[in-house]
Design a protein around this ligand. Sequence first.
Ligand code: NDP
Length: 314
Amino acid sequence: MSILEKPILLLKTDSRDTEWVKTFGEIAPEIEMRIWPDVGDPTEINCALLWAPPAELFASLENLEVIFSIGAGVDSLLRCPGLPTGVPIVRMVEPQLTAGMVEYCLFNVLRFHRLIHLFERQQQAKHWEELTQRPAPDVTVGIMGLGKLGEALARQLKTLNYRLIGYRRSAVEIEGVEIFHGADQVKTFLGRAEILVLLMPATQETRHILNEETLAYLPTGAFVINAGRGDLIDEPALLSALDSGHLGGAALDVFEQEPLPEENPLWNHPKVLVTPHIGSITFPPTACRYIADAIRDHKATGQWPNLVKTEAGY
Ligand code: NDP
């Protein structure tokens, strides 16, 4: 049965199936739900909402018309064995996920800019000392990855009057942000980023985009906030840059290996704040609305929103 006649959605989430089913029932009762692995007749299923699908999931889904990714990042989905080619993949772009990421990054920009990371250490030592602070308009924040999340962050940082520069793949302009793009502009961009926020996807092109050479481009004392993917940073190079004093600190939400292994020196590094990949998560009420709207709009227009560019890997 085609999605145009009746959407039948296969759900494979993490541990929140019940919450998703309940929310879909309230928001989009016209969508029939099947929960993996109880798929019924797999040839009836025309759409799927997925997180970490097992390879065998796709084998019998002959009539899949669209895949919705539960996460904004699609690197693990694109790596999934058995993923059918030619089926459009719609990325998760929902307002609460965006809000959560903006909160996470804003908090960390403010923490470094207002030297809270140093005052935390002073408190441990019962040491009372006023440290020189700089006004926001004197501080340059560089956002590497200016997609849905990076652009939303830029809008909020602008209201706080930071100087904003951004690096992206295309040359698309954003008001109030000086844009850099292309490999030959990385050095200039990083050379000005006093607080660097990584909000890029993990792709072949972005792997270790921050490495020994590019970390050295950052101004001395710069801070790195990684909320994109662990693959973006060469971790040993980051540790060296922290230890040498070149970097002032890092706030890391994502890692090359997750969960972060107990023996990883980042856990105990005095200049590093570690969080367990909680930058933002998809929120079923707003995500269900996004999916229901996408299906309804598709019936009218034949188009899907926020399609993954599989050849580019994001
Ligand atoms: P988008 O696809 O909207 O934006 C990605 C941005 O990265 C775009 O600006 C894109 O450039 C840029 N980019 C991609 N490849 C390159 C490259 N080779 N060189 C330069 N720029 C590049 O994604 P979102 O904003 O929705 O999400 C960004 C990432 O955040 C996700 O891929 C995911 O990995 C991560 N994430 C992390 C979460 C967490 O909890 N820590 C939660 C949610 C997402 P252009 O604009 O030109 O296309």
